[in-house]
Design a protein around this ligand. Structure first.
Ligand code: GLN
Ligand code: ZN
Length: 750
């Protein structure tokens, strides 16, 4: 009979208990004892849930006080020099110093960098290596958790990140692979200690097996795993997820491990290949329940597909979720906001455990056939592509630029901001009162108008050239649109960890998307009525809305994206008709959707870029389209960014050096020769810091920018939206920015 297990469970707690405890501890409201108790509570609940659902093994080691990669850095002693000075007086505080640069004890220090975990919206802390890196094993926490689980009666299966993936994720050395021999001795000790703790199985995650690996990385697997296998007294389950194994599939199964897990959601075609590659003494774990989404699994399909395999492999077939459930919300039973008919279609982590159990039963000989999940009718992807490819603005950028300049008469180095202004406590308060129906829609409206008027007044005084309305009406740049579009549903408790104690609650795309009413027009129109200067309309782009939502599983993502694009296109045209002549369509998540395998890039960019263009392909030449993106590595997606053909792009670059800009300025900016052919506003100061940039600093920065970007094409702006700052900081920083632009403008002629 097939067995069941999972690769990991969310650690935030069903009511985000861990988040609350972490934040209370950081603020000094509770002591470490209380925090430790909250963590142990979450762990035991998670373990009990797995046991209650009849899972054969209970996964341990997926818990983290901040991040699982950081757990490993601490376990291997990968602690950069700067943390030894002013060290905290206990291990947990030292861990928080690495994670966030500060903790209740110890001196403040620059934290480890954070970046996205593969193609998810989860952020991990990047290991910082040095050329003479020393690794020292300290597995105290992990061993204690294994014992804790065992003492509660669980058959604990510890999970660790594999040595190659761990090295791959780090930075600081050119040859991370060169550190492997030293690191392996930590792993062999670790495996000995886990076997000593009576762990029958150890799960080793090597998700990089789903990437296009350089040959030397592929070749490093076999020797490394032979070393590990020799040391291990436990059986090893090698797990890969998020992406097909493809050319690495034979490699994965040839390693001396007792089991291999594959992601059958991302690569259903690999189930048969994996079964064929499986050795007689290996087991196969198939991840059929989607760990990245909220929809119920089509168990009937898997019952049918896996039946022959279940018969052949018996208990050598393990059923699992595709990846750790870290990326799914915790428990549908805690949902208060969703209607019963909606809940019927969904499964959060807790329910996914039950799905595994149901499938296990259904694979028993003689089990009844499971009911099929109804399929929806939707347009085909081919139809979508045809529509996207159809049109583009009639004039090319150089001609559009002329018409736009005639219309706006903007000075050289025009100044603007990215969209949002401070979300003040008062504003949050009022929003909450409105949600709780404590104030009327009219009162709420009046308050938002007052906020907008105030934002316009301040910008006029500051002397900015292109104004924004400030986004006071938006709680979140995706949720705001999701709430107004048909086809989305919104959960009350569908939280997923984003990083540390931060969680996000993505909307769910539940059907075909359409726009019943204009979404932003009244606010933009009102803001524009208050000023003679142009006020930018402000929209979140289709790719970002898609990538920050839970997608449908019954239609390709491109189909939903195009539906969102059509809704935004209607909005864009309504804005234009209402006299809004500059419209910004933000795409900060364009890069997030890029497939992990290079072979998928062209296809993704074709529809993602197509959808963006579709939102604005019908606007007049004199309407200026802006876009905004905030990350700092554009090199790999430069072609796509050029293809968006926005008249102006603003990007986050304040924190990176000018090398980033080389991507935008290379060649003679002819597009084909590389570089960005249209106008560009590289953020000139970092909004993530409360520090007010000095005027002289901004002048110098602007002069530097002029060395790589022609003066006609350079915009002056902060590097992202200002909603997380307060007005005092924003006012002072923008004043310096406007003054700096004036200074440099005076020494530059047209
Ligand atoms: N217009 C948005 C804002 O200013 C952009 C946010 C973002 O880039 N993530 O808040
Ligand atoms: Zn941004």
């Amino acid at each position: 009979m097939a067995k069941t297990h999972i690769l990991g469970y969310p650690r935030i707690g069903a009511q985000r208990e861990l988040k609350r405890a972490q934040e209370a501890y950081w603020k000094g409201e509770i002591d470490q004892q209380a925090l430790l108790a909250a963590g142990s509570q979450v762990r035991s609940q998670n373990w009990r849930a797995q046991q209650a659902a009849g899972l054969a093994l209970t996964t341990v080691g997926d818990f983290a006080w901040y991040d699982q990669v950081l757990n490993h850095s601490l376990m291997f002693g990968v602690i950069p020099e700067r943390f030894t000075e002013g060290a905290a007086d206990n291990k947990l505080d030292q861990y928080f110093r690495l994670a966030r640069g500060r903790a209740p004890s110890g001196e403040p220090v620059a934290a480890n960098a954070m970046t996205k975990w593969f193609d998810t919206n989860y952020h991990y802390l990047v290991p910082e290596f040095t050329a003479d890196q020393v690794f020292n094993l300290d597995a105290e926490w992990l061993l204690a958790e294994v014992k804790e689980a065992q003492s509660l009666g669980h058959n604990a299966k510890p999970v660790v990140i594999g040595p190659l993936t761990y090295l791959w994720l780090g930075r600081g050395v050119d040859d991370a692979l060169g550190l492997l021999p030293k690191l392996l001795s930590c792993y062999t000790q670790l495996l000995e200690q886990l076997a000593g703790a009576a762990a029958q199985w150890v799960q080793i995650d090597e998700p990089i097996l789903g990437l296009d690996l350089p040959p030397e990385w592929r070749e490093a697997f076999a020797p490394a795993y032979h070393t590990l296998a020799k040391a291990s007294g436990s059986k090893l389950l090698l797990a890969s997820y998020f992406s097909p194994l493809r050319e690495n599939l034979p490699l994965a199964f040839s390693l001396p491990v007792e089991g291999v897990h594959i992601d059958a959601v991302r690569a259903p075609e690999e189930v048969a290949l994996a079964a064929a590659a499986l050795c007689d003494d290996q087991l196969l774990s198939v991840g059929v329940v989607n760990g990245r989404n909220v929809w119920k699994t089509d168990l009937a399909r898997w019952q049918q597909e896996l039946a022959p395999l279940a018969e052949k492999l018996g208990d050598r077939l393990w059923l699992s979720a595709s990846c750790s459930l870290l990326h799914s919300p915790v428990d549908l039973a805690t949902e208060t906001k969703l209607a019963e008919v909606e809940k019927q279609k969904l499964a959060y982590s807790r329910q996914k455990l039950d799905e595994l159990n149901t499938l296990q039963q259904a694979l028993n000989p003689g089990a009844a056939i499971l009911p099929a999940i109804g399929k929806t009718e939707s347009r085909s992807e081919a139809e979508v592509r045809a529509e996207l490819d159809n049109t583009w603005r009639t004039l090319k950028y150089p001609e559009r630029a002329k018409v736009q300049q005639e219309r706006w008469q903007l000075p050289l180095l025009p100044t603007t901001t990215i969209g949002s202004f401070p979300q003040t406590d008062v504003l949050r308060q009022v929003r909450k009162q409105f949600r709780n129906q404590e104030i009327s829609a009219q009162d709420y409206d009046a308050h938002l108008r007052a906020e907008i008027a105030e934002a316009i007044r301040r910008q006029e005084i500051l002397g900015l050239d292109v104004l924004v309305h400030g986004e006071a009406e938006r709680n979140d740049m995706v949720e705001y649109f999701g709430e107004q579009l048909d086809g989305f549903i919104h959960t009350g408790n569908g939280w997923v960890q984003s990083y540390g104690s931060r969680c996000v609650k993505p909307p769910i795309i539940a059907g075909d998307i359409s726009r019943p009413n204009p979404m932003t027009v009244q606010w933009s129109e009102y803001a524009q009525s208050l000023s003679k200067k142009p006020v930018k309309g402000m929209l979140t782009g289709p790719v970002t809305i898609l990538n920050w939502s839970f997608p449908r599983e019954d239609v390709p993502r491109a189909v939903s994206c195009q539906q969102i694009a059509r809704a935004l296109r209607e909005e864009v045209l309504d804005l234009e008709a209402a006299g809004i002549g500059i419209i910004q369509i933000d795409e900060p998540a364009l890069r997030e959707g890029v497939p992990l395998r290079v072979s998928g890039h062209n296809d993704y960019f074709a529809w993602a870029v197509g959808c963006f263009r579709y939102t604005c392909s019908e606007v007049k030449a004199e309407t200026q389209i802006h876009t905004h993106m905030c990350y700092s590595n554009f090199n790999s997606i430069m072609d796509a960014i050029v293809a968006l053909d926005a008249d102006v792009i603003t990007i986050e670059s304040a924190r990176s050096d000018l090398r980033l800009l080389q991507a935008f300025s290379e060649g003679e900016r002819a597009g084909e020769q590389g570089g960005y052919p249209n106008e560009i506003g590289p953020g000139i100061y970092d909004i993530h810091s409360p520090n007010v940039p000095e005027r002289a600093e901004l002048v110098a920065r602007t002069r530097e920018l002029l060395e790589v970007i022609p003066k006609e094409k350079l915009w002056i702006n902060p590097d992202c939206g200002l909603k997380t700052r307060n007005w005092a900081e924003v006012g002072a920083a923008l004043l310096n920015m406007v003054e700096a632009a004036r200074t440099v403008r005076a020494e530059t002629s047209r």
